[in-house]
Design a protein around this ligand. Structure first.
Ligand code: SAM
Length: 227
C-alpha cells in the first residue's frame, strides 16, 4: 500500500468521522490523525486500516472500528496528565490514542486477559514511541486494578452484564467511566460520572456491540463462544 493511498484513505475517514459527529474536538482529531492504525491491524488487513470497521486480531477478539474509538475517547473528556485505567488492551490501538492525548505527564494502565495480545500490543506501542507512559498488565480486568487507584478516567472496551463494582471504588471524584453494558448480543454505551462530592450519575447512550468481558465481574467463559 503506497503512502499516498494511506494518506487519502485516512483523510477520507477523518472527514467522515467529523461530519458524522464521532470526532468533536481538535484533541481527538489530532490523536486519530497521528496514531497510525495500520500498525495495530494484522498484516492481511492492512488495506482496510482506514475503513470504519472492526477487524479481527486473533483469539476471537477485535480491534474496534475507528468511529467507536473516536466516540468513546470524546466521552472521556481527556486532559493532558490524566491517569487512565483501560480494560481490554486488544491490539493496543485505543491505548495508543489515550497515551497520545495524556502525554508524558499522564499514565495509561491497560489490562488484557490474553497474554499474546498484550505482548503484541506492547510491540505496536513501542513502534510509535507511545509505550513510555503506558503500563500493560495481563490479568482479569473485570476487578479493575486496585494497586494504582484512583483513576481520572476508566474505559472498558469489552461488554459487561452490569457496571462492574470496581468502577465505583476505583474512579476518582470528578472522574468519568465509559463502558458497554448489556447482554452478550448488544449493549448500551454507558457513561458514569462521579462529581466532586462522589455523587454518581449514569447515562445510557448509543447501542453498541462489543466482545464480552470475561472474568469474575463479567461474563463466564461457559456463556460465550470465545476461548
Ligand atoms: N480497545 C482494543 C483495541 O483498540 O484493539 C479492542 C478491545 S477488544 C474489543 C476487547 C478486549 O477485551 C479483548 O482483547 C479481550 O481479550 C479483552 N478482555 C475480555 N475480558 C477481559 C478481562 N476480564 N480483562 C481484561 N481484558 C479482557
Amino acid at each position: 500500500m503506497s503512502d499516498n493511498y494511506i494518506y487519502q484513505q485516512k483523510n477520507r475517514l477523518i472527514n467522515y468521522l467529523k461530519d458524522a459527529g464521532f470526532i468533536k474536538t481538535k484533541i481527538v482529531e489530532e490523536a486519530i490523525s497521528n496514531v497510525d492504525r495500520s500498525i495495530f491491524v494484522p498484516p492481511k488487513y492492512i488495506n482496510e486500516s482506514y475503513e470504519d470497521k472492526p477487524l479481527t486480531i486473533g483469539y476471537g477478539q477485535t480491534i474496534s472500528a475507528p468511529s467507536i474509538v473516536a466516540y468513546m475517547t470524546e466521552l472521556l473528556e481527556l486532559k493532558e496528565g490524566d491517569k487512565i485505567l483501560e480494560i481490554g488492551t486488544g491490539s493496543g490501538y485505543q491505548t495508543a490514542i489515550l497515551s497520545y492525548i495524556v502525554k508524558e505527564k499522564g499514565l495509561v494502565i491497560s489490562i488484557e486477559r490474553i497474554k499474546e495480545l498484550s505482548e503484541t500490543a506492547y510491540k505496536n506501542l513501542e513502534k510509535l514511541g507511545l509505550h513510555k507512559n503506558v503500563k500493560l498488565i495481563v490479568g482479569d480486568g473485570s476487578i479493575g486494578y486496585e494497586k494504582e487507584k484512583p483513576y481520572d478516567k476508566i474505559l472498558i472496551t469489552a461488554a459487561s452484564p452490569k457496571i462492574p463494582n470496581f468502577v465505583y471504588d476505583q474512579l476518582k471524584n470528578g472522574g468519568i467511566a465509559v463502558m458497554p453494558i448489556g447482554s452478550i448480543e448488544e449493549q448500551k454505551l454507558t457513561i458514569l460520572k462521579k462529581d466532586d462530592l462522589g455523587q454518581i450519575n449514569i447515562r445510557y447512550d448509543i447501542g453498541v456491540i462489543f466482545v464480552p468481558l470475561i472474568g469474575q465481574n463479567g461474563f463466564k467463559l461457559s456463556n460465550t463462544q470465545i476461548n
